[in-house]
Design a protein around this ligand. Structure first.
Ligand code: NAD
Ligand code: TYD
Length: 340
C-alpha cells in the first residue's frame, strides 16, 4: 500500500481520514477524488493542502473514464471509498443521488479496481444497514442487512456489491460499518453540528419526536484509527463494526451540548418526527477489538469535545450556514415547527 485514492475525501470523515493518514505515515501518497457536492469542502483539507504527498482531483465516482484515469495517472494501488450522499432526511426528500452514488458509483469503483488489479478496495459503510435494533441486542457483522431508509438501503446495496466482487472475482476487499461519527468538519445538517451551531446563536434545537432515539456517537478520529487498522490488519472479504459499544439517547446528547456551551435547556423544541425513524442502533464491536483496537473517547467526551470545536471554529461553519443551507433548512424544518 503506497498510493491511496480516497474517494469522498473532501467530506467530513474522509478529510479527517486523510489528515490522520498523512500524519501517521511518511511514505503514503494520498489522492482525494471528490465531486464536491454541497457536502464536499476543501476548507476541511486546508491543513494538508501544501503537503507534497497530497493531491486533489475533482470528479464523480459514477464516471468510469475519469475514475480509471485518476487511478492510472497516480498509480493508485488502494481505494478507500467514503463517497456517498449521507443525510437520511435528504434521502427521504429525494433519494435519486443516493442510489446513483451509493449503488452505481460503488459498482464503478469496484469494476475499476478489478480491471486494473488493485491491491485493495475498502468500503466505508454504516451501522444503519442493520436497521432498527431492539433494546438488549447489538448487531454483529453476520446479521442480515435490514435497511429502512433510502440512505441505509443505498449503503447496504454497496456492501452487497462489494461482497459479490470478493466472491465472484476474488477482489481483495474489506468493509467497515461505523456508528454515528461526530467531530470537526461535519456539515451542519447532521444533528451535532446543527444543534451546536443553533445553540451558539441562541436558536431552537429541533428534536425529532420524543428525543429518546438512541445512537452510538463516536469521535471521528477514533473511527479513522479503526479504518486504518482494518486496512492493514483486516481479513479480506470481511466486514468490521466500528463504534463504542455504548449508545446514548438524543436528549442526553442535547443536554451535554447545552451544558458545554452554557446555554439554557429551553432551547430544546420537540418537532414532528422523521418518517420511518430508526429508534436505536447498537453495534457489537468485539471483532474490531480482536484486532487490538479500543475507542479513545466515550460518547459523552466525544459530544463535549465536538461542541467545543464548533464553538472555537466559527470561521468554518458560519459561511456554510449563511449559504444554500438556509434554503435547505427552511424546506426541511419549516413544516416541522408548525407541527411541533
Ligand atoms: P459527507 O456527506 O460529509 O461527505 C461525502 C463526500 O462525498 C463529500 O465530500 C461529497 O462531495 C463526496 N461525494 C458525494 N457524491 C460523490 C460522487 N458521486 N463522486 C465523488 N464524490 C462524491 O459524508 P461523511 O459523513 O463524511 O460520510 C463518509 C462516508 O462514511 C459515507 O460513505 C457514509 O455513508 C459513511 N458513514 C458516515 C457516518 C456518519 O456518521 N457521518 C457513519 C458511518 C458511515
Ligand atoms: P443524524 O445526524 O441525521 O444521523 P442519523 O439519522 O443518520 O443517525 O441524526 C442523529 C439523530 O438525531 C437521529 O436520531 C435523528 C436525530 N435528529 C433530530 O432529533 N433532529 C434533527 O434536526 C436531526 C438532523 C436529527
Amino acid at each position: 500500500m503506497k498510493n491511496i485514492l480516497v474517494t469522498g475525501g473532501a467530506g467530513f470523515i474522509g478529510s479527517n481520514f486523510v489528515i490522520y493518514l498523512l500524519d501517521k505515515y511518511d511514505d503514503y501518497n494520498i489522492v482525494v477524488y471528490d465531486k464536491l457536492t454541497y457536502a464536499g469542502n476543501l476548507d476541511n483539507l486546508l491543513d494538508v493542502s501544501d503537503d507534497p504527498r497530497y493531491a486533489f482531483v475533482r470528479g464523480d465516482i459514477c464516471d468510469p473514464v475519469a475514475v480509471e484515469e485518476v487511478i492510472q495517472q497516480y498509480e493508485i494501488d488502494t481505494i478507500v471509498n467514503f463517497a456517498a450522499e449521507t443525510h437520511v432526511d435528504r434521502s427521504i426528500m429525494n433519494p435519486d443521488a443516493f442510489i446513483q452514488t451509493g449503488v452505481y458509483g460503488t459498482y464503478v469503483l469496484l469494476e475499476a479496481a478489478r480491471r486494473l488489479g488493485l491491491e485493495r478496495y475498502h468500503q466505508i459503510s454504516t451501522d444503519e444497514v442493520y436497521g432498527h435494533i431492539p433494546s438488549g441486542y447489538s448487531s454483529v457483522e453476520t446479521d442480515k442487512l435490514d435497511p429502512r431508509s433510502p440512505y441505509a438501503a443505498s449503503k447496504a446495496s454497496g456492501d452487497l456489491l462489494v461482497n459479490s466482487y470478493f466472491i465472484t472475482y476474488d477482489l481483495p476487499v474489506t468493509i467497515t460499518r461505523g456508528s454515528n461519527n461526530i467531530g470537526p468538519y461535519q456539515y451542519p445538517e447532521k444533528v451535532l453540528p446543527l444543534f451546536t451551531t443553533n445553540a451558539l446563536d441562541g436558536l431552537p434545537l429541533p428534536v425529532y419526536g420524543d428525543g429518546r432515539q438512541m445512537r452510538e456517537y463516536q469521535y471521528v478520529v477514533d473511527h479513522c484509527e479503526a479504518i486504518d487498522l482494518v486496512l492493514h490488519k483486516g481479513q479480506l472479504g470481511e466486514a468490521y463494526n466500528i463504534g463504542t459499544g455504548v449508545e446514548m439517547e438524543n436528549l442526553e446528547m442535547v443536554e451535554i451540548i447545552l451544558d458545554t456551551l452554557g446555554q439554557p435547556r429551553d432551547l430544546i423544541h420537540h418537532v414532528k418526527d422523521r418518517e420511518g425513524h430508526d429508534r436505536r442502533y447498537s453495534l457489537n464491536i468485539d471483532k474490531i477489538r480482536g484486532l487490538g483496537w479500543e475507542p479513545t473517547h466515550s460518547p459523552a467526551e466525544a459530544v463535549a469535545k465536538t461542541a467545543r470545536w464548533y464553538r472555537d471554529n466559527e470561521w468554518w461553519w458560519r459561511k456554510i450556514k449563511e449559504g444554500d443551507f438556509k434554503e435547505y433548512y427552511e424546506k426541511q424544518y419549516g413544516h416541522r415547527w408548525q407541527n411541533a
